[in-house]
Design a protein around this ligand. Sequence first.
Ligand SMILES: *Cc1c(COP(=O)(O)O)cnc(C)c1O
Length: 556
Amino acid sequence: MSEYRPTGIELPHVAYFCMEYGLDATLPIYSGGLGILAGDFIKAARELGRPLVAIGILWRQGYTQQHIDENGQAYDIYDDYDFSDLKDTGVTVRVRIQEQDVTCKVWLCDTYGNVPLYLLDAGYPGSPHAWMTQRLYGGGRTERIAAEIILGIGGVRALRALGFNVDVFHFNEGHAVFAGMELIREKMDRGLSFERAWHDTREEIVFTTHTPVAAGNEVHDHDILFQMGAYNGLNYDQMRFLGGDPFSMTVAGLRLSYMANGVSKLHGRTVHRMWGHLEAIPLIFSITNGVHPGTWQDPRIKEAFEKRGDLFSIHMDNKRRLIEHIRDKGLGNLREDALLIGFARRAASYKRGDLIFRNPDVIDPYLATGKIQIVFSAKAHPADTMGKEIIARLVSFQKRYPNSVVFIDNYNMDIAKLLVRGCDIWLNNPRRPQEASGTSGMKAAMNGVLNLSIEDGWVGEGVQDGINGWLLDFHPGENLSPVEQDEWDMNSLYQVLLQEVVPMYYNNRKHWVEMMMLSIDMSRWQFSSHRMCREYYDLMYTPVTNNKRQAVAQTV
Ligand SMILES: *Cc1c(COP(=O)(O)O)cnc(C)c1O
């Protein structure tokens, strides 16, 4: 799928940094949305023929495999995975962490239809530093900072060792910001002042932030950054200038970049509100996330959409596959001919997954008769006891309604694929603002699975109420206690679900299929990773390189 490009104009060469990549369920170096986004992005870049390489970490024990015991309690299992499909580049890089030299191997992953992804690894046999890249988001602060030094500083060194000529460094989320310290240090080693080195470095970095709330941004004390080696030769004043005190990874990402973006229009505005008042920050705008159709959209659905074929019978086949998977796993017996709602998210934003159960007088008859069926899936962060309690509560609903409520453990890309193809409705009902963008609803939309969602993240840009999905009229929260707000939102959910969704599903199949068509039409380009990747090139990478070329032209 390479495209027309004027000859003589070379596209910017980009190095993309991310802590996690979700390329395939068999390469478990991702935890959730951020990683899936990065994986989808580097697949799109490959299909569009874009000059991009990606930098990440080889998490030897992945994130977590999470299962449920007989009491409904989530527990975690870590395996040493087999990474024999990766290619050894023969390149190693050294970084300084806790005053020790840490040698990382660099592996190449290029087998999932992605541009080259180079993975740094401190966990090869015989390494004394294996703990640094063992489990994604698994350790405490020390492990986290060590991995961030490897990703950022080690990542730049790997690019140099591999011989890449990089025009633009893209930090996808703040984990990579120590790459900026390395780019500054390189220039200071050549004799530039800190100010000059910062100025020049800034002109080669773009930054994407993904957090919707200030509390979600990663912050570290300076003493620990210094002890770990993250200063990389800079001093306290310089580091404080970049990230503040305490050191905010997001602020540093902003101060280090020429341009920055949020991941939906709504989120772009939120980012402005959170950071717009700070000094020395770049132009902030938004590029809405997208998902990789080749990974998420059933090709038969795509074909039926294009040829106006029998969409519904393919959808029913996907629904059957999901229901069979659930049955084979011993998780329950759902019915093919009854409405099936899917709900799968991070357990953190999961707090109101049970909203639909809050008024038994209303919902009980539907669940008892199986007229409404719900399938949940999620992983909680291993240390998140509250997230695990939420999961336990969902499992308890499964016990109460064994024929209509199911919880699938160990949410991963394979389960996500089954769900976003096989449900009828995709539900998203957090309290706002919860989501920077969200992407699972895009995957659902592309498969004709209709969104029933609040207008959060990407949703307001695509979902039109009653046309290609449904919007929930949730209370903005002012003047209401959390309990009152939940009550309002619950009634709003019941209103749409019971007065509109259920009657249409059972009584007007023709209209339902029309909505499926419109949902696919709405999402197939606008929420594809290809649209997203092109926007990054057009709106961020190219302006950065043009700016640099102009600067060079002026000095010649
Ligand atoms: C798509 C996906 C996510 C992200 O979904 P959100 O809607 O953004 O929460 C998380 N985990 C997996 C396995 C996914 O496939």
